[in-house]
Design a protein around this ligand. Structure first.
Ligand code: UD1
Length: 418
């Protein structure tokens, strides 16, 4: 068990190179199953969620190893199509691999991923989509049994633009005869990245980034070397930290359009930003302005994965802000921990009212989920005194060496064994 010990209260100055995107790398790793050839994923981030996905891949018979920051994956031999609960329980997005296992083996048995800290996270859209591709599915709530022997391309109309369901269907359709069409597809940058990866393997995916995606199946895909996009959420987290603590920092490896929904809100709350040439420069005096209403929604709207970090920011704003969480039903769990640090936040259902306070104070707080944990770290950097963030494992799921990143900005953050 490890914790982060943060001595806060100082502004942040410096520069860092942002990691590649966890949420792009995860489905790309799953999609490696679509070819027997070796794949190199350049600059793959070293994260707990990536390790969990690699363990699943190895369990299925693939080889996966890091050579420095480059991940080498080869799925020449897929010996198993069963994933038990001990593996799916470690990574909710293990369900993303269903489409590629089916594509490869034409049958799959996967234990239910279940809910998680931020909500129930049902998988009905994944199941609906695969059934539309003529996969027979029996799901008793324990193991999802899939028979894809009669799989064929089709038009799939999703009721909601789910990121994971869209990715699953793209992988499932990549090797099917004919055209698979996803209507009301998710439009997140990670979807576009997966399409580009499949196309780099010789696939034919068009329309990613728009709401209709067309996948023309090919007979075979081949190996390639691919670098996933920069992580818009880790970039946003570092920017929010500087907006909250004050200072001046340069975050490199950022795609300006991908962070637009985040940087526009940071500007509204008073930070000065220039985003160009693959980097974001932020300067702030450390006393943010309240935001009348901050509402999460699907891309390109404000991302739910940045909601907790903005709540930390707005907890020290001049005035009151309202945050509405539209994607996950249980994503305010971390607010109780921010309150221990002096924040004034009231939550009712999916709405939080944040009354800005003059400052925060150090406390021992618990990271209950990935982004909520990141919010506590940036609150700790702002707070007077020492903050201990326990259960840091949640943060390690999505941030590569978060203490090192903040140290590059002059933050006083140490990881210690408890
Ligand atoms: C992905 C991201 C996650 C992000 C989320 C929303 C990855 C690995 N994770 O998660 O970080 O917070 O997008 O941007 O990329 N839903 C259903 N039924 C389904 C599927 C989803 O009701 O079958 C609901 C979910 O419960 C949630 C909403 O749809 O309320 C959004 O989920 P989805 O877009 O599928 O997110 P994920 O792919 O799980």
């Amino acid at each position: 068990m490890q914790k982060l010990v943060i001595k806060g209260g100082a502004p942040l100055y410096g520069e860092l190179v942002n990691q590649t995107a966890k949420n792009a790398a995860l489905p790309i790793i799953a999609a490696c199953m679509l070819t027997e050839d070796p794949i190199v994923i350049k600059d793959c981030p070293h994260l707990k969620d990536i390790d969990a996905m690699l363990n699943i891949m190895r369990h299925l018979g693939c080889s996966a190893y890091f050579d420095g920051d480059d991940l080498n994956v080869c799925c020449r031999d897929v010996t198993l199509n069963v994933i038990n609960a001990d593996l799916t329980g470690k990574l909710r997005s293990s369900i993303f691999i269903l489409g590629s296992i089916l594509s490869r083996c034409r049958s799959a048995y996967i234990s239910h991923p279940g809910g998680c800290e931020i909500g129930l996270r049902p998988i009905d859209l994944h199941i609906f989509g695969l059934k539309a591709l003529s996969v027979k599915i029996e799901d008793d709530g324990g193991v999802i049994c899939c028979d894809g022997s009669k799989m064929k391309s089709a038009v799939v109309n999703l009721d909601f633009a789910s990121v994971g369901a869209t990715e699953n269907l793209m992988m499932a359709g990549a090797l099917l005869d004919g055209e698979t069409v996803i209507v009301n597809a998710a439009r997140e940058p990670e979807i576009v990245d997966l399409a580009q990866f499949i196309n780099a393997m010789g696939g034919r995916v068009r329309g990613a980034g728009e709401s209709i995606i067309r996948i023309n199946g090919v007979k075979k895909l081949h190996g390639c070397t691919y670098r996933p996009i920069p992580d818009r959420i880790s970039a946003g987290t570092y920017l929010a930290a500087v907006a909250l603590c004050g200072g001046d920092a340069l975050i490199k490896n950022v795609v300006p359009e991908h962070v637009f929904g985040i940087t526009e809100r940071l500007k509204k709350s008073g930070a000065r930003l220039t985003v160009k040439n693959g980097a974001a420069r932020i300067a702030s005096d450390g006393r943010p302005r309240a935001v009348h209403k901050l509402e999460t929604n699907v891309y390109p709207a404000f991302p739910t994965d940045m909601q907790p970090q903005f709540c930390a920011l707005l907890s020290c704003a001049q005035g009151s802000s309202v945050i509405v969480e539209n994607l996950f039903e249980n994503r305010f769990g971390y607010t109780g921990e921010l309150v221990k640090m002096g924040a004034k936040i009231t939550v009712k259902d999916r709405i939080a009212v944040v009354t800005g306070v003059d400052g925060l104070h150090g406390a021992t707080v618990k990271a209950c989920d990935l982004r909520g944990g990141a919010a506590l770290v940036i609150a700790g950097l702002k707070a007077d005194g020492v903050t201990d963030v326990i259960d840091v494992e949640h943060i390690d799921r999505g941030y590569q060496n978060i203490e090192q990143a903040f140290r590059l900005l002059g933050g006083n953050v140490e990881r210690v064994n408890r």
